[in-house]
Write a protein that binds this ligand. Structure first.
Ligand code: PEP
Ligand code: MG
Length: 318
């Protein structure tokens, strides 16, 4: 089966009735990018930049980050979506002391840290901008809860652009900026966000945790952590519809995007880009190439009407 999957590496992820979606990879290092290329990824949907910070003994310099991002785009040669620093929650840095927090997942993390530590954020944005001179690099902000945060982040990006322009350093002035949709607030504000962003990427790992109020790392309540919960499915549909209303592409970089049972539903909802561990790409491509988009649309419509997890599960079994 594996050989059959991989024989399709160079074929597009097109359904039997002609709907094509993009299959991107989630990566955390350059080695991962090389692996993604080998495994037929059509782009990088999530470059987890926090690894550059976590594997270091100090905040990585602009040059160090620039080298990494440039290598990533030169290796991939297709879109690379770099998520800005997503630290906090359960991810710490050995060289930076975080205050003790009662609820770290509801605390100082991701874009909140970037907006507070402006110098650290600017160093990263300048590095990404400089690397954008070499290909289609896009910026994605994590853990966004409001349009205000997106605007604040983009205002800092604008400052970085002006500095680079003044110093005659090349960059892509029309670099795309998007947001991860991983909080309930972002879902409820999806239409407002869709008006101002270039793209969405749904982070179902966190979105499931925050929508269901279930700690994603707590084994005791692991049985409650379920992305097939009607609330999560409806949230995903809301986000896709909001994005499409304003002609924005909607991707997903949470684990759900490569869940064999979820793929037909997500396809039917109109998801444009599926980003996953490189090892999942071949089997997902194979699956999509055997699915019918119209049938998937009908399935997605039906499944969003279900009011219990049991009914959703029953329908998926069928
Ligand atoms: C997510 O939350 O779905 C996601 C992709 O980000 P992470 O798992 O790194 O929090
Ligand atoms: Mg997340």
């Amino acid at each position: 089966m594996k050989a059959e999957f991989e024989s399709m590496n160079n074929l597009p992820a097109t359904t039997t009735d002609g709907r094509t979606v993009e299959l991107f990879a989630n990566v955390g290092s350059i080695v991962d990018v090389e692996n993604a290329v080998t495994r037929g990824a059509e782009g990088i949907g999530l470059f987890r930049s926090e690894f550059l910070y976590m594997e270091n003994t100090k905040f990585p310099t602009e040059q160090e980050q620039y080298d990494a991002y440039k290598k990533a785009i030169e290796t991939m040669k297709h879109p690379v979506i770099i998520r800005t620093l997503d630290i906090g929650g359960d991810k710490e840095l050995s060289y930076y002391k975080f205050d003790e927090e009662e609820n770290p997942f509801l605390g100082w993390r991701a874009i909140r840290i970037s907006l507070d530590l402006k110098d650290v954020f600017k160093t990263q944005l300048r590095a990404i901008l400089r690397a954008s001179a070499y290909g289609d690099i896009r910026i994605m902000y994590p853990m966004i809860i409001s349009v205000d945060e997106f605007m604040a982040a983009n205002a800092i990006l604008q400052e970085c652009k002006e500095e680079l322009r003044r110093d005659n350093i090349p960059f892509n002035d029309s670099i795309q900026t998007g947001v991860m949709i991983e909080t309930p607030a972002a879902v409820l504000c999806a239409e407002d966000l869709a008006k101002v962003v270039d793209f969405f990427s749904i982070g179902t790992n966190d979105l499931t945790q925050y929508l269901l109020a279930v700690d994603r790392g707590n084994q005791k309540i692991a049985r409650l952590y379920n992305s097939f919960h009607p609330a999560v499915l409806r949230a995903i549909r809301t986000v896709i519809q909001a994005g499409h209303k304003y002609d924005k592409l909607v991707g997903m970089c949470g684990e759900f995007a490569s869940d064999e049972k979820a793929v037909p539903i997500l396809l039917g909802m109109g998801l444009n880009e599926f980003s996953m561990a490189a090892s999942e790409i071949a089997s997902t491509r194979y699956q999509i190439r055997h699915l019918n988009y119209e049938h998937c649309q009908a399935l997605a419509d039906e499944i969003c009407k279900k009011s219990t997890i049991a009914e959703v599960r029953e329908m998926l079994e069928k």
